[in-house]
Design a protein around this ligand. Structure first.
Ligand SMILES: *Cc1c(COP(=O)(O)O)cnc(C)c1O
Length: 395
């Protein structure tokens, strides 16, 4: 059997065709495919606005810029995430404040966040970045309530969760990134994520002024709109009119644009997004049923409503042994994640082992099993049987 990775993209002939068509069109970048992708994506998640960017990390950076994070601003996030969720705070000179996870959901523990907020003078913290880790949605309604009490903003890192949702107190389904509760949400289109565009990212929001800021910051901080110019210098040979070439750079922005052929690929992939989530849930249920009575499993991602299953995680004894055994069988399970606060870079800020017992204990035992829509049933059965063999024969 060929190698089975923990995640992989699925590129169809239709995907290839739209990319080729875009390559033959007039625009490789800054063309019509960008707005098409943005509109399709905001429709998909139910937000008012969407801004396509070059990757998920750029999306996070533009969010912290647009929210005005500055030197010394304290922002709270989870240690069990990809480092970019925290790094975006540092890009603006802010201070990353990690807080422990809930050992059941693996998400940032909102009760611990509340304690942090209540035991510091008001105004100490500026924002929270909850991560919909593994595809499980945070209860953002609860985070909004907390954030309003303490005047904080929220960036939802929904990289794992396009198509994921939670039920609010009115039992309404709230899709990840729909802009109802968080100021901003971000997504990634890296090939291991649900929707692949090579590299790529998206920011969604319902806030028009943040949306306009993001558009500007995505392209060097440049404005090209007669109504928005602020310059009063003599512009062109004594007339009061702005010449055709006129534009203003009003803020220090970046080039974080997505190309048109990436956007075309993203749009084409988006058509199959729901189908992909459905298949992920099927795979999750298979794993769940296979392991629910196994004594070597200490915990596993539940089959709960709204879970988008970017990852399927189990917690096991002898994780290193299992990881190496599976590799020898061509099964490439992965670990998500080494806690961010234990990265050498963050240890320089004083974070250390012992700071977050739940995150560290989770990390000791967690392993992400193969999970992607094109995983075949017989491949999944092989993964399950190899795990059983490892525990039953060797232990
Ligand atoms: C992938 C990922 C990112 C970063 O996205 P890139 O497109 O790789 O830059 C940020 N946060 C989380 C949780 C991710 O999984």
């Amino acid at each position: 059997m060929k190698g089975i990775p923990y995640g992989r993209q699925n590129i169809t002939d239709e995907d290839i065709q739209v990319v080729v068509e875009t390559l033959k069109s007039d625009y490789l970048t800054q063309g019509p495919r960008i707005a098409e992708f943005e509109n399709a994506f905001s429709n998909y998640v139910g937000s008012k606005y969407a801004v396509a960017v070059s990757n998920g990390t750029a999306a996070l950076h533009l969010c912290t810029l647009a929210l005005g994070v500055k030197e010394g601003d304290k922002v709270i996030t989870t240690p069990i995430t990809f480092a970019a969720s925290a790094n975006c705070i540092r890009y603006c000179g802010g201070e990353v404040i990690f807080s422990d996870i809930d050992p059941e959901t693996y998400l940032l523990d909102i009760d611990k966040v509340r304690i942090l907020l209540e035991t510091a003078p008001k105004g100490t913290y500026k924002g929270i970045i909850p991560v919909d880790f593994a595809g499980r949605a945070n209860n953002l309604e609860a985070y909004r309530k907390l954030a309003d009490e303490f005047s904080l903003w929220i960036i939802e890192d929904a990289c794992h969760a396009p198509g994921g949702s939670f039920q609010d107190t009115a039992n309404t389904t709230q899709l990840c990134g729909n802009g109802q509760f968080a100021e901003l949400a971000i997504f990634s289109f890296h090939p291991v994520k649900h929707i692949a565009s090579g590299e790529g990212g998206m920011i969604t929001t319902n806030d028009e002024s943040l949306y306009l800021k993001l558009l500007q910051l995505r392209t060097h901080g440049i404005v090209k709109n007669n109504n928005l110019y602020t310059n009063s210098i003599q512009l062109s040979g004594g007339t009061n009119e702005y010449p055709g070439w006129y534009m203003e750079m009003q803020n220090l922005g970046f080039n974080y644009r997505l190309t048109d052929f990436q956007a075309a690929l993203g749009s084409s992939q988006l058509i199959r997004a729901d189908e992909g989530v459905q298949r992920r849930r099927e795979i999750a249920i298979n794993y769940f049923n296979a392991f629910k009575n196994e004594p070597f499993i200490k915990g596993q991602s539940g089959t709960i409503k709204g879970h988008a299953f970017h990852l399927y995680i189990i917690e096991v004894e002898d994780r290193l042994g299992l990881y190496n055994y599976l590799r020898s069988k061509n099964i490439f399970a992965q670990i998500h994640y080494i806690p961010c606060h234990l990265m050498p870079y963050y240890q320089e800020f004083g974070w250390k082992e012992g700071d977050f017992p739940h995150a560290e204990k989770y990390y000791e035992h967690c392993i992400s099993l193969p999970m992607y829509p094109t995983l075949k049933n017989e491949e999944q059965a092989y993964v399950i049987s190899e795990i059983n063999i490892f525990y039953n024969d060797k232990h």
